[in-house]
Design a binder for this molecule. Structure first.
Ligand code: FAS
Ligand code: PHB
Length: 391
């Protein structure tokens, strides 16, 4: 088999890259270890930045987003005795949208299917070869257990944090930065109307909590728990009691309404960046190159930003024979990667309960500052609502 761009991974990065490349007349083939049904049902991110929404709408992926997406002006920050609304539209003129990653994946899946995109699901033994030559290729075993070889001009590593692309960058040229946080998130999906109109990020002595949502009938909530937490230790009653206490149930008349939990999981918190995001004919995008703790709602949006840059770079390289954007891709992408990495670290360390009383005083001081200072609030708003693509 032969194509122009071999894409490894059919998550948001891989699927959106194939869509953007096709719009520019560049063909690709996608290899994915999981089934389409599995990829489209993974419960993950929920917040889209304005720049992500604008991009998706501009490339024909906005129809369901227009109908089902829920624009939010901002978020609430709360801690015992305090509740403050951060209005991003007033502060920086940008909003955020509630639209689950599962919905983005479904939109991408339908668009690529309609376009006749070649996607090989449930492949195994994916390996990258000759990335430093003009004959890069990928070998894999297809879903019928047949050995296959895909020759390409370029390989796009969109295979997330556990795929082979990251390791294909040799240690001699690779630099990595990593921070593992001393806590995780216990996340639930519940069939109950949200108890708030916009997201609530809550600092509490017992631990952080987040009230998000997926629609006006489905809520998405998270609790800070110790690393290694066993879900068996968290029956529904305990989850709802902890959420109620941390989110301020009963304070100033606010009530948290519980409901049937339909999905639950424990998500570790990690920051990770690998450079360079290019090695020869291999280009990395999304979680394959970087991981952010979800406190800043950046993971999915950063994958989109990478892919917007990469699609332009590969179109110039393969159609105009102009290598300049491909040569600067890694540095161009990493400016936003490090901005989002810092912001996600900042939101995480500000809001998650620490055992160090000095940290606690710093956290409460930061919360008081960002909710009373226009400068502080604008900084949070600019980062959370996201910068225009390409910055
Ligand atoms: P993805 O991981 O989404 O996609 C990579 C794809 O590559 C996967 O489909 C995988 O099956 C495939 N793959 C892996 N190895 C392969 C191989 N060898 N061959 C072929 N294919 C291979 N972000 C937020 O902003 N908010 C959240 O609440 C949030 N929650 C998350 C919860 C979980 C459990 C996880 C893992 C991530 C969460 N994220 C969240 C981050 C998430 O949204 C990512 O940022 C986003 O999925 C990144 O998209 P991709 O880079 O496409 O990576
Ligand atoms: C979500 O709705 O899943 C979500 C929202 C905001 C975050 C993280 C996750 O910071």
């Amino acid at each position: 088999m032969r194509t122009q761009v071999a894409i490894i991974g059919a998550g948001p990065a891989g699927m959106l890259l194939s869509h953007l490349l096709a719009l520019g007349g560049v063909e690709s083939v996608i290899l994915e270890t999981r089934s389409r049904q599995y990829v489209e049902s993974r419960v993950r991110a929920g917040i889209l930045e304005t720049s992500t929404v604008e991009l998706l709408k501009s490339v024909g992926l906005g129809e369901r987003l227009e109908q089902r997406g829920d624009p939010h002006r901002g978020i609430y920050l709360r801690w015992p005795g305090e509740r403050h609304h951060m209005d991003f539209v007033d502060l920086v003129g940008r909003k955020v949208w509630i639209y689950g990653q599962t919905e983005v994946q479904r939109d991408l899946g339908r668009a690529r299917e309609a376009a006749g995109q070649e996607i090989h699901h449930e492949v195994t033994e994916v390996a990258l070869h000759e990335l430093q030559t003009d004959r890069p290729h990928v070998t894999f075993t297809d879903s019928d257990r047949r050995a296959q070889r895909l020759d390409a001009d370029v390989v796009a590593g969109c295979d997330g944090s556990f795929g082979p692309s990251r390791a294909a960058v040799p240690d001699a040229v690779r630099s990595t930065w990593e921070r593992t946080y001393p806590y995780s998130w216990l996340g639930i999906l519940a069939d109950v109307a949200p108890s708030t109109d916009e997201l609530i990020y809550a600092w509490h002595p017992d631990g952080f909590a987040l009230h998000s949502m997926r629609s006006d009938t489905v809520s998405r909530l998270y609790l800070q728990v110790p690393n290694g937490t066993d879900l068996a230790d968290w029956p529904d009653e305990r989850i709802w009691a902890a959420l109620a206490a941390r989110l301020g149930h009963g304070a100033d008349g606010w009530q948290l309404t519980a409901g049937p939990i339909t999905d639950r999981g424990v998500l570790p918190m990690r920051s990770f960046v690998m450079t360079p995001m290019r090695h020869g004919r291999l280009f990395l995008a999304g979680d394959a190159a970087h991981i952010v703790p979800p406190t800043g709602a950046k993971g999915l949006n950063l994958a989109v930003a990478d892919v917007a840059l990469l699609a332009r770079a590969l179109h110039s390289l393969l159609c105009d024979r102009d290598p300049r954007l491909a040569e600067t891709y890694s540095d161009d992408a990493l400016r936003r990667v490090w901005r989002c990495t810092h912001f996600s670290w900042w939101m995480t360390t500000m809001l998650h309960t620490s055992t160090d009383p000095f940290d606690t005083q710093l956290q409460l001081s930061q919360l008081r500052w960002v909710t009373t200072s226009t400068a502080g609030a604008t900084g949070l708003a600019e980062n959370y609502a996201g910068l225009p693509l390409g910055l």
